[in-house]
Design a protein around this ligand. Structure first.
Ligand SMILES: [Zn+2]
Length: 86
């Protein structure tokens, strides 16, 4: 599982302001995130999407709607795991 996480630019969650240094490449090939890739805050479960500078921004409803069903399911499951662990 360790191969699925990449260090991204130091940044904070736009919702809970926890520092985010790792990003999971959800549904991808395990590589570094690209612009438009979805991710999730491991502290509060906020859905986010990487912008052109690979900074995670809060995901808009339109961005959520544009995701595939598989990615939505993966994000939803990840959020449930986070909520269960805290
Ligand atoms: Zn957060």
């Amino acid at each position: 599982m360790s191969n699925n996480y990449k260090i991204v630019a130091d940044q904070s969650c736009p919702k809970c302001h926890h520092r985010l240094r790792l990003a999971a490449a959800l549904g991808g090939d395990g590589g570094a995130p690209n612009e438009g890739d979805p991710t999730i805050c491991w502290y509060c479960g906020e859905y986010m999407i990487f912008d052109a500078n690979l900074v995670a921004q809060t995901m808009t409803t339109d961005q959520w709607n544009a995701l595939s069903q598989g990615i939505k399911l993966e994000l939803t499951c990840a959020k449930h795991r986070i909520k269960r662990d805290v």
